[in-house]
Design a protein around this ligand. Structure first.
Ligand code: FES
Length: 163
């Protein structure tokens, strides 16, 4: 995922987002659609943005957080500059996806869904990313790393950091 909203404040909504909210405001089941769009805008769901959304929709903040915390997809903390997604779908799991996760944990000193102290990396486990033939796989933005072994992880982290 690339977040291109570096200079944006957490309450500054693009005109596209505002238009999307306007279009979906009164439709049934709108909240999840709008939260997806909001997360797309910021890369996660910053609290000030969620408060603003609650005001725009006239929906209680508690109700929005109820939805946000129910679905794993939604992120309440800002991801690292590089958010690595390690596939734990069946093929990747069977081919050692868990070893990749342990290696990343060891090297970065963080657990799944945490962000490294320097803000460079975060990582999460995801379900099948659609290239099982390359299992085990990790994805970071446009980069797909296939047939991974733990020994390759330091090189990948260095590559990403240099970007
Ligand atoms: S299970 Fe990992 S890519 Fe399909």
């Amino acid at each position: 995922m690339s977040v291109t909203t570096k200079d944006k404040t957490d309450t500054e909504f693009s005109s596209g987002l505002l238009q999307f909210i306007e279009e979906w405001k009164d439709k049934p089941g709108n909240l999840i659609m709008i939260l997806h769009r909001l997360q797309q805008e910021f890369g996660y769901l910053p609290r000030p943005a969620v408060i603003k959304l609650s005001q725009l929709l006239g929906t209680p903040l508690a109700k929005i957080y109820g939805v946000v915390t129910f679905y794993h997809y939604f992120k309440l903390t800002k991801p690292g500059r590089h958010n690595i997604q390690v596939c734990m779908g069946t093929a990747c799991y069977l081919k050692g996806g868990e070893d990749i996760i342990h290696e990343i944990e060891n090297l970065l000193g963080i657990a799944l869904n945490q962000v490294s102290d320097d803000g460079e990396f975060s990582f999460e486990s995801v379900r099948c990313v659609g290239c099982c033939g390359l299992a085990p796989v990790a994805v970071c933005g446009p980069d797909v790393f296939g047939k991974l072994v733990p020994d390759k992880v330091p090189e990948i982290l260095a590559q990403l950091k240099a970007k």
